[in-house]
Design a protein around this ligand. Structure first.
Ligand code: GAL
Length: 410
């Protein structure tokens, strides 16, 4: 009898340890990018206190390093339990077509999420009759950041078009500002490129580039590259060695006048640098993109073969919840992907982004995975590098056209 009781007790301990479980969350949100994710994990842990969370990060802005590590793990059959992936083609054209993800439609049904998220966002994460990830946020890519006091002292304002930007750049150079624009490593140059291109082609032209109606070799795209070259002439010469945070620092300290970056920069200015919106940092819509919201969304999916599937499902539930999103986004600089978030928790910058999200024409970001598969985006970095070195717009557009054909963009 005693033996039986002991056995029962041992079994109970074992099963509660089992229920406690583990969870590996994979992302590139380390260091300065970490606080928002940590806040979300805190919400998860309050609900599931026994679960040991492995917050596995591979540092590097825009996931340049993390995506390579993820690829090795996915192809090697050791996927994380849940991983960060951009909504759109990065998810669909990479992992869904390869049949590596679980369909989350049942989760969307049980959580009532088909009404909680904007329809278009659900479309972006859907294909082949399935829904493939849970979006945690919406970031805006087309923002120009500046230091209000410095702009005032230089007597300039945020330019509204790229030609106006070039005039402002000349003015600033004449005042002794060596690099009116600050830009960082390769992906931030791609980020700048997409903003120059959208500001040149317009939202409709940008969409046509990704549905194949506008060819990369079109004279309008060649002209966009030429403008991008002139814009790069206004930038710092040590770009390739700077992270996006180091580029943002040069706005905060007033070394450069402008930086084009997604609104994780707002998260960095407020959460890390403790700067106040409108005084510590200012913002304007990127030149030529008024009334357009260039979007991207960070989402998390459930790979087939996840070791801790049940915990991963609970993680996704927290990530898609109102409490989870309103803990994460005010620190991150993004707005909630959900429609019912509590805006009183957000700062002035984020409130303005939330208003624009409702009123603007929405297009997807290239660099951050919305419009093209990873195979295109990762190879496009070399096109930008070559262009920055050679300034040969025709060669760049020919190379991009080849990549587009290879990626099936037609
Ligand atoms: C983006 C990502 C953002 C932010 C940024 C900088 O691709 O969607 O959440 O992390 O990279 O690393």
């Amino acid at each position: 009898m005693k033996k039986a009781l002991m056995l029962a007790a041992a079994l109970a301990t074992a099963s509660s340890a089992l229920a406690a479980g583990k969870l590996e969350i994979f992302s590139w949100w380390s260091g300065d990018e970490g606080p928002a994710l940590q806040a979300l994990i805190k919400v998860f842990q309050a609900k599931y206190p026994g679960v040991a969370v492995d917050n596995a990060t591979v540092s590097g802005g825009a996931g340049t390093n993390a995506k390579a590590v993820l690829k090795t793990r996915m192809l090697g059959g050791t996927p994380p339990d849940s991983f960060q992936v951009h909504a759109g083609q990065e998810l669909i054209g990479t992992w869904v077509v390869a049949n590596r993800m679980e369909d989350l439609t049942p989760l969307f049904k049980s959580e009532g999420w088909s009404k909680a998220f904007p329809k278009d966002l659900i479309t972006l994460i859907s294909s082949k009759g399935g829904i493939w990830s849970v979006p945690v946020n919406v970031h805006r890519s087309n923002v120009m950041w500046y230091n209000p006091a410095k702009l005032k002292s230089w007597g300039v304002t945020a330019p509204k078009t790229w030609p106006e930007f070039l005039t402002t750049c000349t003015k600033l150079k004449a005042k002794g500002v060596a690099a009116p624009l600050v830009v960082g490593e390769n992906w931030t140059q791609q980020h700048l490129w997409e903003n120059v291109m959208i500001g040149t082609l317009g939202a409709a032209g940008w969409e046509q580039l990704w549905n194949g109606k506008l060819k990369f070799t079109d004279p309008k795209v060649v002209a966009g590259f030429t403008t991008f070259g002139k814009v790069m002439d206004c930038a710092n010469k040590d770009a390739s060695g700077l992270s996006w945070q180091q580029a943002s620092d040069r706005i905060a300290d007033g070394t450069s006048a402008f930086n084009i970056m997604g609104d994780w920069a707002a998260g960095y200015f407020t959460t890390t640098k403790k700067l106040a919106p409108n005084t510590g940092f200012g913002w304007a819509v990127a030149p030529g993109t008024a009334k357009t919201f260039v979007m991207l969304a960070d989402s998390f999916g459930l790979p087939k073969g996840a070791k801790n599937r049940a915990e991963a499902m609970n993680w996704l539930k927290v990530l898609g919840s109102k409490a989870g999103q309103d803990a994460f986004n005010p620190l991150k600089g993004s707005i909630a992907a959900r429609l019912d978030s509590d805006l009183s928790k957000y700062n002035t910058y984020s409130k303005s982004a939330a208003a624009d999200w409702k009123q603007s024409r929405i297009v997807g970001s290239l660099v951050h995975g919305a419009v093209a598969p990873e195979s295109f985006t990762s190879a496009f970095g070399a096109v930008i590098d070559q262009f920055v070195a050679s300034r040969d717009a025709k060669a760049a557009t020919a190379a991009a056209a080849q990549l587009a054909a290879k990626a099936g963009i037609k």
